[in-house]
Write a protein that binds this ligand. Structure first.
Ligand code: KIV
Ligand code: ZN
Length: 502
């Protein structure tokens, strides 16, 4: 059985999804979860792209143990040096450099000849090798590159020291049979192909990223590049949970598997949704809300008789346990902390204390506290952004025959300010009052509310995305009162914008 490496690019290509930008503490939290998930390589960012990317790579490289930490770098000297600067404290590090190879890109975008592109690719792989042993090269837009030239480039970069050569379907153009043939041609025609791992990086423009990646594995690819929930540029990247579960479920056919701890899939998916504000469609394979919901009577009948009749994956395999009652009003701090640890949260003492206080308040409002409630409570607790604004108090009045109005008291850099706003509805009134306190000039891109668990006493979770000066951020808030949750989400997003400005 071969082991296929999982190269996770949620923090680099995934972050290129519109509205999915993450700050450094959020990226660190994601990287820690990816390490728990058991991915082999984390592409933590593109060091030269921004100071935030640089800092994220440096922090993750210094703090996250297990996976190899990688930075992307164009085939340019300054990029490679910057990647090295960001990675030098990481015990396991990789530089991933790339250059386009398709005539379309060379002619229309870079205006260089094939010979020049090849020379530059080789030189930059050599430069990267002077800093690290683990160098990866990608011929960008490989699937629209003439195969003879592509093989020439692959051979030359391996000769120059690349230990991994990644074949990207940059524009999501190829189809499984064609891509499989391309991988096979590389394996057969490149004499030193055996000295490197051949990887694949598929985009999902035609909805074929998973199928293309899996076909490549059948033809000998040894590394798949992917993202949690398939987020990424345009229609996204190959989805990690899909390729991992396809390999696991059909090991018989692929004769290959990954080192991923699949029980961490659901938690990873939820974390990305929470941080990026990008929800997963209900019918999404593996992690969608309906992925394990059986509606048809015939299916339900079969399942009751034997699960194997209609279930190819046990929900527990991806960490989806039946929601169960865990704690209540009479539970103590010890039980609370123990359950959080079991759920994978290790909080500092003061964070546990304040989360416990909030838990007690919640238990007064809501009889049964489920794992999902705890997760929402804790994710509210772990503040990943400095709080310029925090909610002190609020009251709202609305009804059928009155104009909704809200009074908000915020602490702004330690000073309490109170304002009232009126709006079309209670949420609108709250947002107006907060805007008048903070004098925010951002634009609301998205507002979404959902119940975390069933019942009218459920915690409501609100995600709100804001845009300012071309940059967008997502805020998150949870509360049994959805108007309060909305205020928290808006304030969280405003804090992120303030942190970004600083
Ligand atoms: O899609 C792509 O070609 C990329 C490369 C940088 C690998 O993301
Ligand atoms: Zn890409």
């Amino acid at each position: 059985m071969r082991t296929v490496r999982i190269f996770d690019t949620t923090l680099r290509d995934g972050e290129q999804s519109p509205g999915a930008s993450m700050n450094v503490p959020e990226k660190l939290q994601v990287a820690r979860q990816l390490a728990r998930l058991g991915v082999d390589i984390i592409e933590a960012g593109f060091a030269i792209a921004s100071p935030g990317d640089f800092e994220a790579i440096r922090t993750i490289g210094g703090e996250v143990e297990g996976p190899v930490i990688c930075s992307l770098a164009r085939a340019r000297e300054e990029d490679i040096k910057r990647a090295w600067e960001a990675l030098k404290d990481a015990p396991r590090r990789r530089i991933h450099t790339f250059h386009s190879t398709s005539d379309i890109h060379l002619k229309h975008q870079f205006r260089v000849s094939r010979e020049e592109a090849l020379k530059r690719s080789v030189a930059m792989v050599q430069l990267a090798r002077s800093f690290v042993d683990d160098v990866q090269f990608s011929p960008m837009d490989a699937t629209r590159t003439e195969i003879g030239y592509l093989c020439e480039v692959v051979e030359a970069v391996i000769e120059a020291g690349a230990l991994t050569v990644n074949i990207p379907d940059t524009v999501g153009y190829t189809i499984p049979a064609e891509f499989g043939a391309m991988i096979k041609a590389i394996m057969d025609r490149v004499p030193n192909a055996g000295k490197a791992v051949i990887a694949v990086h598929c985009h999902n423009d035609l909805g074929l990223a998973t199928a293309n990646s899996l076909t490549a594995v059948l033809k000998g690819a040894g590394q798949i590049e992917c993202t949690i929930n398939g987020i990424g540029e345009r229609a996204g990247n190959c989805s990690l949970e899909e390729v991992v579960m396809a390999l696991r479920t059909r090991r018989d056919l692929f004769n290959a598997d990954t080192a991923v701890s699949t029980e961490e899939i659901m938690r990873s998916s939820r974390l990305i949704t929470k941080i990026t504000g990008m929800s997963v469609q209900p019918n999404k394979a593996i992690v969608g809300a309906n992925a394990f919901a059986h509606e048809s009577g015939i299916h339900q009948d079969g399942l009751l008789k034997d699960k194997s009749t209609y279930e190819i994956i046990r929900p527990e395999t991806i960490g989806l346990h039946k929601t169960k009652f865990v704690l209540g009003k009479h539970s103590g701090r010890h039980a609370f902390r123990t359950r959080l640890n079991e759920l994978g949260y290790t909080l500092k003492d003061e964070e546990v204390n304040s989360a416990f206080e909030r838990f007690k308040k919640l238990a007064d409002q809501k009889k049964d506290i489920f794992d999902e409630d705890l997760e929402a409570l804790v994710s509210d607790e772990v503040t990943l952004v400095p709080e310029v604004y925090s909610l002190v108090d609020m009251s709202v009045s609305s009804g059928m025959n009155q104009k909704p109005s809200a009074t908000i008291k915020l602490s702004v850099r330690g000073k309490d300010i109170e304002k009232t706003g009126q709006g079309d509805g209670p949420v609108d009134a709250v947002f107006k009052a907060i805007t008048s306190v903070t004098e925010a000039q951002s634009r609301l891109l998205k507002y979404e509310v959902k119940a975390i668990t069933g019942g009218t006493d459920a915690l409501g979770e609100v995600v709100c995305s804001l845009e300012k000066d071309g940059k967008s951020v997502s805020g998150h808030g949870a509360d049994t009162d959805i108007i309060v949750a909305s205020a928290k989400a808006y304030i969280n997003a405003l804090n992120k914008l303030a942190a970004r400005k600083q």
